[in-house]
Design a protein around this ligand. Structure first.
Ligand SMILES: O=C(O)CCC(=O)C(=O)O
Ligand SMILES: [Fe+2]
Length: 438
C-alpha cells in the first residue's frame, strides 16, 4: 500500500459505504481481466465492499488447475483418489434440509469419490441424495501439496492469520460438488468476505447486497432457505419478499475467482455448459461437477462490520434470555457463553483477536524488513508485500474498533481479569507504532 492510499483510507468514516437498503446495485459485476495494482483493488472493492470477478489468468499457474482436472475440463477423480485416498472429509446432503442448512457427515474421501462415480453413471441421481463435499480444510491437512497460491489481493487476511496462531482451525476450504449440488442462502461467518476460485466446472451465484436479507425472512424472522422457492410468494409467510430487489446473478466460469463482499447474502449452484444451464432453468434442475477453493477472510476494511455483527448477535442472545435477567447475577456472562456457542466467538476472544493482529504489526513496524525476499514465513512475506503503510492502516483500524469497544456497555461488564493485558497500554503502543509511519 502506498502513502497516499494510507492517508485517504485511514478514516473509513470519511468514505461511507454505499447504502443498499433502499435501492439495488448494478446488475453487472466488474470484471478484472489482468493484474491491477493492489491499491486499486483496495480502493475500488475492499473499502466500498463491492463484488468483482477475476479472470482465469489469476489461477492459470495453480497446480490444482492442471492436476485436478482432465483435458476435457472434468474433475480428475482418479488423480484425486490417489492424492487423498482414506482422508476423512465433511460431506453435506443437499437433498435434505436441517434447520437452514444441510445435514453433514464425515466419510473417507474414497467413499465420496465412489459415490460421485456412481452418481454420474446413474445419470446424476442416487438413492443417497445429492452429496456435496464442502468446508474441507484440505490446505491445513496437506500443507506440503502446494495446490494453489493465495492472490495478493486477498492476502490481508486476519481471520486465518489469527486462527493459524491458535493452530486449531482455519477458514480455507475445498468444495467438490456433483451436478445438482448447491449451497442454501446465507452470509459468511462473522460477516467475513469470501473469495472462491473454480478449479473446474461453473457456478451460479445469487448475491444480495447487505440489508436485503431483511426482506427475505419468514414471519418468524428466519432467513429463507432457498430464495428461489415458490413458498417465498406466500405473503402470509414472507410478507416483505416483494420489497427485495432482484439478486445480482453471476455465472462463474472455470478458473475465475469471485470476490464476495462482507455481509452480502448469497446462494450458490454448481452448473455446467450454457446449454445445460438453459435446460436447468427449463427443468428446474441444478447441474454439474465442480471443484472450488473458497476462503473466508477479513481485515481492517470490514472489521467494523464484524464488530457490528458481534453487537447484533449479543443483542439477540440478550433478547432470547431477557426473562432471566433479574434472576441471575451471572446473566451477562451467560449471554457471552451462549454467543460463543452460537457464533464461535465472544467479546473476550474478539479482544484477543485484535491484540494478536496488533502485536504482529507492531513488531513488523519495529523491525520493518522492507524486502519481501528476506521474509522467513508466509505471514511475514505477506506483511512485507503489503508494506508498512498497510500495517499502519491495520493498526489504525484496530485502534478505532478498540476505542469503540472500550465505550461499549457490554464490554465494560466483562471481567477485567479475564484480559491478560491492559487495553490502554496496547492502545498506547499502537499509537506509537503508527506514529513512526505517519
Ligand atoms: O460454492 C458454494 O457452494 C458456496 C460457497 C460460499 O458460500 C462462499 O464461498 O462463501
Ligand atoms: Fe458463503
Amino acid at each position: 500500500m502506498d502513502r497516499e492510499t494510507f492517508h485517504n483510507c485511514c478514516s473509513l468514516d470519511k468514505m461511507p459505504r454505499q447504502i443498499h437498503q433502499q435501492h439495488c446495485s448494478s446488475h453487472f459485476i466488474e470484471y478484472i481481466e489482468s493484474e491491477i495494482p493492489y491499491s486499486k483493488f483496495f480502493k475500488n472493492y475492499l473499502i466500498p465492499n463491492q463484488p468483482c470477478m477475476f479472470s482465469k489468468k489469476f489461477t492459470e499457474n495453480w497446480n490444482c488447475r492442471k492436476n485436478w482436472v482432465t483435458v476435457d475440463g472434468k474433475p480428475n477423480l482418479q488423480r484425486l483418489l490417489h492424492e487423498f485416498d482414506e482422508t476423512p472429509v465433511p460431506v453435506a446432503n443437499c437433498s435434505a434440509k436441517e434447520y437452514n442448512s444441510n445435514p453433514k457427515q464425515i466419510m473417507p474421501f474414497k467413499e465420496f469419490i465412489q459415490y460421485w462415480r456412481e452418481y454420474i453413471q446413474n445419470g446424476h441421481s442416487s438413492p443417497k441424495g445429492c452429496l456435496y463435499l464442502k468446508d474441507w480444510h484440505m490446505q491445513r491437512n496437506f500443507p506440503g501439496h502446494n495446490t494453489y497460491k493465495n492472490p495478493i489481493y486477498f492476502s490481508s487476511d486476519w481471520l486465518n492469520e489469527y486462527w493459524d496462531t491458535l493452530e486449531v482451525d482455519d477458514y480455507r476450504f475445498v468444495y467438490m460438488g456433483p451436478k445438482g449440488s448447491w449451497t442454501p442462502f446465507h452470509s459468511d461467518v462473522f460477516r467475513s468476505y469470501s473469495w472462491s476460485a473454480n478449479i473446474c466446472g461453473r457456478k451460479k451465484w445469487l448475491l444480495y447486497p447487505p440489508g436485503q436479507e431483511e426482506f427475505l425472512r419468514d414471519c418468524h424472522g428466519n432467513l429463507a432457505y432457498d430464495v428461489t422457492a415458490p413458498v417465498l410468494q406466500d405473503k402470509g409467510l414472507y410478507a416483505q419478499f416483494e420489497e427485495a430487489c432482484q439478486p445480482l446473478e453471476i455465472i462463474q466460469e472455470a478458473g475465475e475467482i469471485i470476490f464476495v463482499p462482507s455481509g452480502w447474502h448469497h446462494q450458490v449452484y454448481n452448473l455446467t455448459t450454457r446449454y445445460e444451464d438453459m435446460l436447468r432453468m427449463m427443468q428446474q434442475l441444478a447441474v454439474e461437477d465442480t471443484i472450488s477453493i473458497n476462503h473466508n477472510w477479513l481485515n481492517g476494511c470490514n472489521l467494523d462490520i464484524m464488530w457490528q455483527f458481534l453487537q447484533d448477535e449479543l443483542s439477540s442472545v440478550q433478547r432470547e434470555i431477557e426473562e432471566w435477567r433479574d434472576t441471575m447475577d451471572t446473566w451477562h456472562q451467560h449471554c457471552q457463553v451462549i454467543m460463543k456457542s452460537c457464533t464461535g466467538i465472544d467479546y473476550g476472544e474478539f479482544v484477543s483477536f485484535l491484540k494478536t493482529i496488533a502485536n504482529i504489526r507492531i513488531s513488523f513496524l519495529n523491525s520493518c524488513p522492507r524486502n519481501a525476499d528476506n521474509c522467513e514465513d508466509l505471514l511475514a512475506e505477506s506483511l512485507c508485500a503489503l508494506g508498512p503503510h498497510h500495517a499502519a492502516f491495520d493498526l489504525q483500524r484496530v485502534l478505532q474498533i478498540f476505542e469503540s469497544m472500550l465505550s461499549n456497555e457490554d464490554f465494560k461488564r466483562l471481567d477485567p481479569s479475564a484480559l491478560s493485558f491492559k487495553p490502554e497500554d496496547l492502545l498506547q503502543e499502537i499509537r506509537e507504532a503508527v506514529h513512526t509511519i505517519v
